[in-house]
Design a protein around this ligand. Structure first.
Ligand code: FAD
Length: 117
């Protein structure tokens, strides 16, 4: 729509005029906001483009928790959930149609992701 197009044009112009590296992040849910925070932490600049009137996306609706293997909480338990079990469970939940490489990355990095959140 027009608003997104205007914001995108402003983002491109700002990128061209700025001496500092500027990244345009599309989407203000968990992924986009996390990426924005990381870029800012690394000294970059961010222009966040969000299609709705408010940031949050589906992330703002999530309320049941997040799956993780080997999290800090689990380390206080007698047995840890290993990443390969989370990987298997995720593949089963996705009827084995998931991208297996992405599921592996998700499972292996899940403890760090939960810690970050
Ligand atoms: C009702 C509900 C409950 C859920 N509960 C859980 C839970 O308990 N635990 C869990 O782990 N997961 C849960 N999920 C799944 C979880 O919310 C998503 O996996 C997660 O939010 C995805 O994050 P994201 O940043 O990729 O997407 P989103 O949070 O959806 O963010 C995407 C953003 O991009 C914007 N956008 C999209 N296209 C454009 C465009 N072309 N231009 C500009 N902006 C755009 C959208 O408006 C949105 O703000 C739930 C999902 C729903 C819908």
């Amino acid at each position: 729509n027009l608003m997104i197009w205007v914001l995108f044009s402003v983002a491109i112009m700002t990128t061209c005029l700025s001496a500092e590296p500027t990244v345009v992040v599309v989407g203000g849910g968990l992924a986009g906001l996390s990426a924005s925070l990381q870029i800012i932490s690394d000294g970059g600049r961010v222009i966040l483009v969000e299609g709705e009137g408010i940031t949050g996306g589906n992330s703002a609706k999530a309320s049941s928790g997040i799956n993780g293997a080997g999290t800090e909480t689990q380390q206080t338990w007698e047995s840890l959930i290993p990443p390969d079990l989370l990987e298997k469970d995720t593949l089963t939940a996705g009827d084995d149609e998931n991208d297996k490489k992405l599921v592996e990355i998700l499972a292996v990095n899940s403890a760090d992701a939960v810690q970050f959140l």
